[in-house]
Design a protein around this ligand. Structure first.
Ligand code: B12
Ligand code: SF4
Ligand code: SF4
Length: 360
């Protein structure tokens, strides 16, 4: 293990910051492990049931706000951000305004960010241990129970906006977060100050009214949750509001004035793959399971599987104008679909039948 008394902690931190930039992160900061106030908000959020079917949120409870209990010996959290806005993607607002085309959230148009960030953070830790010798650490990206936004705020990376995403003054909010939990007592950064001010633009911009109060998200209503995390049927009363959003949702961030300062992704793996930025819903719905597996491998979308993907597209087809192509695409999958997908196909067909004045 590293001999702490011989280690120049400030120089180590400078090396971390510089190496993080070389590895594609736009910023790295250092936070302590105390986030007691955030823990209270987390517990009250869980108590309200806002996590829905995300039972892992309930299961981990306060462990999420105690990195030193998750990895004993942790005294600092290195928090890093990587920008993902895909510069060359079709314009988000135009796709959202075109109901026959599927809208895929900007973060999922390229390769799965988990692997990219985890790989880069592991390389960062390796590079530092080459300089200072072995030290205790664990890399986390999303999957580990860590309250990433609160720790990133304390590391000076940005503030939690009223839509509950982290925002940086010089980068908006289109970035991912990743952390290294460590036993190195590096100098901590100043927490970032908040700059939402009197703005509330994200709250009415949400299609499903999921931001129930500033900083309070009822995930059960959030389209990101409904299309990605929620495994069973999408509640009928929310289906129309999904529009053409088939994987995730960006509306609250698109409404945020700070995103005029957003930075485009520099990592090549965030480039659009499989024309997911603007493909007709009918084409997407005709993919077989084998085509889904082949095209989505390496994408975050692969994790939801063919069934949930098909369920989401069936809802969007129910929200699209009832052209003969849309009806034909729905009918084509009707018999072979799983019970879950079939129920959503029936809903979509019934909507079109209703709109055409024909009894469902
Ligand atoms: C669960 C989860 C979700 C859930 C719940 C979201 C949520 N707000 O919690 C769902 C599936 C809905 C979701 C959606 C999205 N997610 Co998500 N998600 C997570 C995950 C795994 C845990 C988040 C968590 O701990 N939530 C617990 C609740 C309690 O936290 P919170 O709502 O943020 O509440 C905090 C504050 O708002 C405040 N607070 C709460 N109540 C109150 C009340 C008052 C009065 C006050 C003052 C404060 C306050 O305290 C809380 C603790 O700090 C993190 C990764 C991680 N390990 O952290 C990614 C993460 C937050 N997600 C991320 C992304 C990109 C998204 C989406 C943009 C994806 C998309 N385009 O579809 C959307 C955004 C939706 C939104 N408006 O937040 C990124 C965010 C990056 C960023 N810039 O902030 C993360 C960090 C993943 C990553 N590694 O990059 N996500
Ligand atoms: S991601 Fe979409 S549904 Fe979720 S809070 Fe933001 S605008 Fe609402
Ligand atoms: S839209 Fe306004 S209120 Fe919402 S997060 Fe952005 S600055 Fe804050």
């Amino acid at each position: 293990m590293t001999q702490l008394e011989n280690l120049d902690l400030l120089a180590t931190k400078r090396a971390l910051v510089a190496t993080a930039r070389e590895l594609g992160f736009s910023k790295l900061g250092v936070a302590g492990v105390e986030i007691a106030e955030d823990e209270q908000h987390l517990l009250s959020w869980l108590e309200s049931g806002y996590h829905g079917e995300m039972e892992y949120m309930q299961r981990h409870g306060s462990l999420r706000s105690r990195p030193h209990e998750l990895v004993p010996g942790t005294v600092r959290v290195l928090s890093a951000r990587m920008d993902y806005w895909p510069r060359d993607a079709a314009d988000a607002a135009s796709v959202l305004g075109e109901p026959t085309v599927g809208y895929v959230s900007r973060y999922a148009l390229g390769r799965d960010y988990h692997k990219i960030l985890r790989g880069a953070l592991a390389r960062l830790a390796d590079r530092i241990s080459e300089q200072i010798g072995p030290f205790g650490y664990r890399v986390c990206v999303d999957s580990a129970p860590v309250l990433e936004k609160a720790l990133a705020r304390d590391a000076g990376l940005g503030w939690i906006g009223k839509h509950t995403n982290l925002i940086a003054r010089d980068a908006g909010s289109w970035f991912f977060l990743g952390e290294i939990l460590t036993d190195l007592p590096l100098p901590v950064d100043e927490p970032a100050s908040a700059h939402c001010g009197t703005c509330q633009a994200c709250i009415p911009a949400c299609p499903t009214a999921a931001i129930v109060a500033p900083y309070r998200l009822d995930a059960r209503r959030c389209i990101s949750y409904l299309t990605i995390e929620h495994k069973s049927a999408i509640p009928e009363d929310l289906r129309a509001a999904l529009g053409n959003r088939i994987y995730g949702c960006d509306d609250c961030q698109l409404a945020c004035p700070w995103n005029k300062f957003a930075q485009a992704a520099s990592h090549p793996d965030f480039k659009v793959r499989n024309r997911l930025d603007a493909t007709d819903l009918t084409d997407l719905f005709r993919w077989t399971e084998a085509e889904f597996d082949e095209r989505m491998r390496g994408s975050a979308i692969y994790r939801i599987g063919y069934e949930r993907w098909s369920r989401n597209i069936a809802v969007a087809l129910g929200n699209a104008p009832g052209s003969s192509e849309v009806i034909a695409a729905l009918l084509h999958r009707r018999e072979s679909a799983s019970p879950l997908v079939r129920e959503h196909i029936e809903w979509a067909l019934a909507r079109h039948a209703g709109a055409a004045g024909i009894s469902a």
